[in-house]
Design a protein around this ligand. Structure first.
Ligand SMILES: *[C@@H]1O[C@H](CO)[C@@H](O)[C@H](O)[C@H]1NC(C)=O
Ligand SMILES: *[C@@H]1O[C@H](CO)[C@@H](O)[C@H](O)[C@H]1NC(C)=O
Ligand SMILES: *[C@@H]1O[C@H](CO)[C@@H](O)[C@H](O)[C@H]1NC(C)=O
Ligand SMILES: *[C@@H]1O[C@H](CO)[C@@H](O)[C@H](O)[C@H]1NC(C)=O
Length: 502
């Protein structure tokens, strides 16, 4: 089952996944919040007209050591007609991946910016895409020393400095900035609003699991939610998956069993053990839960509407004599091979996971994950921090600091803390999304608002709108727009009373 770095999606062709399995059974670990970022060829955002720019950043914002600077990539929308000095800036906090890819999948910002005459800016997160310290990914990812500047705090400081400098260059210091982000980027947006209230007036944090740390939410949350998504479609499907892990292990132990498994699952290479296959299946189910969208999508993979329903149809409806594992194969074939163009599945190994998220998970982003015997369809597992830490030392030569995020950004007693202290944050979540369990699902104050949609999946609200959007999604976006509108109006009203006029 999943271990330290469960998955670095690297699409060779559109459909071939390569999966990084660094560690042996049974470490369970945070999967990349936005694994889709690993797509090699970001699609050019249709109709999203932007300029690509680079900005020189300090490597270490928190020391005065003389370090080589690096170039941070950012995109500036050129399509916002009518933007003028003092008008709003919509700033997207880049996630763990190529910013062009996020720009293409964050239709919300582009579609609504014109209503506010807002200038759109997408900033890339350091150590991802083209924003590489030390001049190249190879050098940036060399070792614990070179990676040590890959932290959320450094990334937020990058964003703060970039925004401040950009506003100065535009002679638009008084522009209100609204932050946007989904998944890890949503966490960054929320944290940035709290850390830099003088730089941004509000944040829309979509599917942002800021409470997935320490024991704030139960460690079973993520896998329970994935499992529920399957159970709600079909109890028999849920049960078949739950039983399949034993069947898989048993077959793996048989004479020629691994060979048989490799054939059943049409793998390009023969298995040496069942770990890689288990991980691959785990990833399919987990990502399916994230992208269980109500319309056909091509986000992580090309998929039909409500893909879990389709997977379960395959698992549930089978010809006599079909083995359980063959049914499982037919089910995940929907996820990995919906277009029917994959010849064989490549479970490519990447033993030292040169993924930035692997490093982040081994340093700050320690999100304990367990799988409960009762509610989960995954093999039972209890998060074991000591083992997790050992794997991090082995893999990156670094010890995780599991309490750092809550010390730096908070999380415990969030309602009490933010009710008095914070303002202007929307936490939006769809309850089908397994990350929703680690996010804020209740209103905290008049301006720290939780928008929850029972049938939404991973940051669906930020995705481009489609003709197939259900009413609840249209309404959710309208609520978000209204809230953002009110922040901006309040800001300008406050400014009118102030001496420094726009
Ligand atoms: C602001 O202008 C300076 C001078 O042209 C330039 O070096 C810098 O990159 C600009 N900053 C941003 C954020 O565009
Ligand atoms: C099994 O081991 C061989 C030799 O180490 C390796 O080449 C192959 O990629 C492994 N197969 C899988 C599926 O990992
Ligand atoms: C992908 O789907 C096509 C069409 O159904 C099928 O012929 C092919 O064998 C599938 N690939 C794998 C690896 O299962
Ligand atoms: C939070 O308040 C807003 C109204 O501002 C409401 O639309 C929303 O449903 C509330 N959220 C929850 C989770 O009750």
């Amino acid at each position: 089952m999943p271990r330290l770095i469960p998955l670095l999606l690297l699409l060779l062709l559109l459909l071939l996944l390569s999966i990084s399995i660094s560690f042996a059974y049974p470490l369970r670990t945070p999967r990349s919040l936005a694994p889709f970022a690993r797509r090699l060829r970001p699609r050019a955002p249709a109709n999203y007209d932007y300029e690509t720019r680079f900005f020189q950043q300090r490597l270490d914002h928190f020391s005065f050591a003389d370090q080589p600077p690096f170039q941070q990539r950012f995109l500036v929308g050129s399509a916002t007609a009518g933007w003028g000095r003092g008008d709003p800036i919509f700033f997207y906090c880049g996630n763990e991946g190529d910013i062009e890819w996020f720009a293409a999948n964050t239709g919300f910002v582009w579609e609504f910016a014109p209503r506010f005459s807002a200038l759109v800016v997408f900033a890339e997160h350091r150590y991802y895409g083209e924003s590489m310290p030390f001049g190249s990914k190879e050098r940036a990812y060399k070792d614990a020393e070179s990676l040590s500047y890959l932290t959320a705090e450094q990334a937020l400081a990058d964003y703060a400095i970039l925004l401040t400098d950009l506003k100065k260059n535009l002679s638009s210091e008084n522009s209100p900035v609204v932050l946007f982000g989904g998944s890890y980027g949503g966490m960054l947006a929320a944290w940035m609003r709290l850390k830099y209230p003088h730089i941004a007036i509000g944040a829309l944090a979509s599917s942002a699991p800021i409470l997935q740390f320490e024991n704030i939410v139960p460690p079973e949350t993520f896998y329970d939610l994935v499992s529920n998504d399957f159970k709600r479609e079909s109890v028999s499907c849920f049960k078949a998956i739950k039983e399949s892990w034993d069947a898989l292990e048993a077959q793996g132990k048989e004479h020629n069993g691994l060979l048989k498994l490799s054939r059943t699952f049409r793998l390009c290479q023969n298995l040496n053990n069942t770990d890689a296959l288990s991980d691959w299946l785990d990833s399919a189910y987990s990502y399916l839960a994230m992208v269980d969208y109500p319309y056909p999508s091509d986000f992580l993979m090309p998929l039909p509407a409500y893909p879990i329903k389709e997977v379960c149809k395959k698992i549930d409806n089978y010809a006599e004599g079909t083995s359980l594992l063959e049914r499982i194969y037919a089910g995940v074939n929907i996820y990995y091979n919906y277009t029917g163009t994959v010849d064989c599945f490549d479970l490519e190994d990447d033993p030292h996971g040169m993924s930035g998220w692997g490093w982040q998970a081994c340093t700050e982003m320690v999100m304990p994950m367990s799988s409960s015997e009762e509610n989960s369809m995954f093999p039972a597992y209890n998060f074991d921090f000591a083992a997790y830490g050992d794997e991090c030392v082995e893999s990156y030569g670094v010890k995780p600091r599991p309490r750092w995020i809550t010390t730096e950004f908070g999380g415990h007693d969030i309602s009490k803390v933010l009710e008095k202290f914070g303002s202007n944050i929307i936490f939006s979540n769809g309850l089908l999304d397994p990350w929703s369990g680690g996010s804020v699902l209740q209103n905290i104050s008049d301006s720290i608002i939780a928008l929850v949609t029972p049938l939404g999946a991973h940051h669906i609200d930020l995705r481009p709108s489609t003709n197939n959007d259900p009413d609840w999604l249209v309404k959710q976006r309208e609520s978000e727009i209204n809230l953002i509108q009110s922040w901006i109006s309040d800001y300008y009203q406050g400014k009118k009373g102030a001496s420094n006029s726009m």
